[in-house]
Design a protein around this ligand. Structure first.
Ligand code: SF4
Ligand code: SF4
Length: 276
């Protein structure tokens, strides 16, 4: 079963829940934990795993042949990423960090002045602890398209995922492209949130996204006792979802969190039991 641990808002405890759930499920099962928060992966720190780099993620990047280029400007016009800057009458200039390798510029060039080169945009790492295999991705600083690294990770795990009873995908925060890339193919999405207006606002967005993607959603309420949870219950009802576990604001959990350790709480057992 493939479960995505997500949540519209950053800092709600996604990685805390994902790692604790991985540890719980790994007592009796083989678990593949995928840290798809490629801008800021941290599951390795929480689990005290020292992952090894196993793969570079590369994309196509255009290379301009000045002997052929007629300075028509079509490549710059077609590039949706604004990765090609061109001043009228001058040769095009590439901003590599903006390029997502879509190939549109190469296709449109009327004189075949663009060829394909490769650029490294990120790396994939793998580590192991007991029954948990951790695959994480990291995007090269300054590169915009983090969803390309997420797609590359998902392609990489395709070869081995059948060896695991559980696949847990820890997504980035938000509802942008890398989150969508991480959510695709999930059997269930668990949104981690907290009972605040901001938490509720972002929860609404992620539940709406999962509805659009036709992914069944459930909710874990973190710091459940810091405010009235009615606001979240209403949203859960609206999306025909439910709160399957509540993690209170407690000193022990906060200490574990601040030390970058795996949390222990009966709520994690409750999530694992719900999944069985
Ligand atoms: S490959 Fe795509 S994103 Fe990159 S420069 Fe060409 S058109 Fe722009
Ligand atoms: S489309 Fe081709 S010919 Fe036109 S400016 Fe770009 S590289 Fe040069």
């Amino acid at each position: 079963m493939r479960i995505a641990i997500t949540g519209g808002k950053g800092g709600t405890g996604k990685s805390t829940v994902a790692t604790a759930l991985a540890v719980k499920l790994s007592k009796e099962n083989k678990v593949l934990l995928v840290d798809a928060d490629v801008d800021c992966p941290n599951d390795d720190i929480i689990l005290s795993i020292n992952p090894k780099r196993i793969k570079d993620v590369e994309t196509m990047i255009p290379r301009f042949d000045k002997t052929k280029c007629i300075k028509c400007g079509k490549c710059g016009q077609v590039c949706k990423e604004n990765a090609i800057v061109q001043i009228r009458g001058k040769f095009p200039i590439l901003v590599p960090e903006q390029c997502n390798g879509c190939n549109a510029c190469k296709i449109i060039c009327p004189v075949d002045a663009i060829s394909e080169a490769k650029q490294k945009i990120g790396e994939i790492f793998i580590g192991k602890k007991g029954n948990i295999t951790l695959v994480s991705g990291k995007i090269k600083p300054g590169v915009e398209e983090s969803s390309l690294v997420v797609h590359a990770m998902k392609k990489y795990i395709k070869q081995t995922q059948k060896n695991y009873n559980w696949i847990i995908i820890d997504t980035a925060a938000g509802t942008h492209c890398p989150v969508i890339a991480a959510l695709l193919d999930a059997d269930l999405g668990i949104a981690v949130t907290e009972p605040t207006p901001l938490g509720n606002h972002d929860l609404t967005l992620i539940l709406e996204l999962m509805k659009q993607l036709e992914i069944k959603s459930k909710i874990v309420l973190n710091r459940s006792d810091i405010a009235d949870k009615k606001i979240i219950e209403k949203t859960a009802e609206r999306f025909k979802s439910e709160i399957i576990a509540e993690i209170p604001y407690n000193k022990k959990i906060q200490e574990a969190y601040s030390k970058g350790e795996v949390i222990k709480h009966k709520a994690i057992k409750k999530i694992a039991e719900f999944l069985k």
